[in-house]
Design a protein around this ligand. Structure first.
Ligand code: FEO
Length: 414
């Protein structure tokens, strides 16, 4: 049966939820599911903004048919062509052969590349600042390349203030009956998954997000609702979300806090990491998060690396190299462009302690704008009481360096 929600007058959410997919993009776990959002406007012309993942095509078509109530589909706007939004287009275009397609030049290139049958449909290529009227509603198109693919644009309905924001401002977590940001306690129940979604998928493209935020700032008074392609629709507190995006896209920590990532084979490195955490807390600083890199999906650690100001890398030496899972984590952080963090190192090795120097080289040579503390905890197999002074010095250095950290994105940009 159809399952649709009214967003504004003549505008409906026609997406669906997915709890069956376990790995988003076949890499990121989504234990709470995800929604694929699509929207339909009933004006003098009918228009759909983006489609959905193939897995929910049946529900999607039922929703469209219900809302159209016998009308034909006149236009389809492609804000983002990634298959989690557009793989159902093939069926949509077959079902509505008269529908015109509106998108950027790159979107049409990608549609052909993916094998979507656009030929035979009216093809309307739009660019930055173009407008289009569907009757009462006039929309304008804003290019948003690399947020998250090169063809992306966002569409602002100048009549009702709805911003169709593509991947931007989206989140993991299925809607499960909710729709609006104020239907939930976002800061308690959603922000961690919103962060994990954004930074793992688009984290690399912070400067591109900044460009879009800059464009949005010029029309902020016109934006009443943000309608992303995943997660909740925003109608209140838009600045809360924009502030989070400013942090993530400028690589500014949200909080002064210590993320301790440890890679331990037999517990010695884990014990050292725990002793450090305990020492930091004993000194009065308790905003600490710890992860075993071997047993935690990297996307969760990456998300907290974007959240906290400090990262401690604790790794055993393995074949005279950094332990592989820790090496992968460092590579992922580099790839996602993570920067502006204070880093510290715990190294371990039973017959050759190499991981510390190797991690230091990685942080200093391959990552940007990282501050590496000179204090280091070095152990052979297990931490012994004679390391108490080193441990204390590292904990103190971490706490002292909190003063050097800014959590203000404007300061990072300056
Ligand atoms: Fe939700 Fe970039 O696709």
């Amino acid at each position: 049966m159809h399952c649709v929600r009214e967003i504004a007058e003549d505008l409906y959410w026609i997406g669906a939820n997915d709890h069956r997919t376990h790995l988003f993009e076949n890499i990121h776990p989504i234990p709470q599911g995800v929604s694929y959002n699509s929207y339909i406007l009933l004006d003098e012309k009918t228009v759909i903004f983006d489609a959905v993942d193939w897995s929910i095509t049946r529900e999607y078509l039922e929703n469209i048919e219900y809302v159209l109530n016998g009308r034909d589909l006149d236009y389809f706007v492609v804000n983002h062509l990634e298959p989690d939004h557009c793989s159902s287009m093939v069926v949509l275009f077959d079902k509505y052969p008269n529908c015109g397609i509106i998108g950027t030049e790159k979107a049409f290139m990608l549609m052909r590349q993916f094998g979507y049958h656009v030929d035979g449909h009216e093809q309307i290529i739009v660019k930055e600042g173009d407008t289009f009227s569907f009757g009462t509603h006039t929309v304008t198109f804003v290019e948003a390349p690399m947020v998250h693919w090169p063809e992306v644009m966002v569409t602002l309905d100048l009549t009702n203030g709805v911003l169709f924001s593509a991947d931007a401002f989206g989140s993991f977590i299925a809607l499960d009956g909710k729709l609006w940001n104020d239907d939930v306690d976002y800061d308690r129940d959603w922000i961690d998954e919103a962060r994990r979604y954004l930074v793992n998928i688009v984290g690399k493209y912070g400067p591109h997000i900044q460009l879009v935020l800059g464009k949005a700032a010029t029309v902020l008074d016109k934006i009443k609702i943000i309608a992303p392609l995943h997660g909740l629709v925003w109608r209140t507190d838009l600045m809360y979300l924009i502030d989070k995006y400013n942090h993530w896209s400028t690589y500014t920590p949200e909080e002064k806090g210590v993320l301790i990532c440890y890679a331990s084979m037999y517990g010695g490195t884990e014990n050292a990491a725990q002793c450090l955490a305990s020492k930091i807390a004993e000194k009065g600083f308790t905003n600490i998060k710890m992860y075993d890199v071997s047993s935690t999906h990297m996307s969760y650690i990456i998300a907290d690396a974007f959240k906290y100001s400090h990262i401690v890398f604790a790794s055993v030496t393995y074949n005279l190299e950094i332990y592989p899972v820790m090496h992968s984590l460092l590579e992922e952080m580099r790839m996602l462009n993570l920067q502006n963090r204070v880093c510290a190192i715990i190294e371990n090795g039973s017959w050759a302690v190499k991981s510390g120097d190797l991690m230091a080289s990685f942080i200093e040579d391959k990552m940007k704008n990282m501050t590496l503390l000179s204090e280091r905890l070095s152990l052979a197999s297990t931490l012994k009481p004679d390391k108490e002074t080193e441990l204390d010095a590292l904990a103190q250095a971490i706490i002292d360096s909190m003063e050097t950290v800014s959590t203000d994105p404007a300061a990072t940009k300056a």
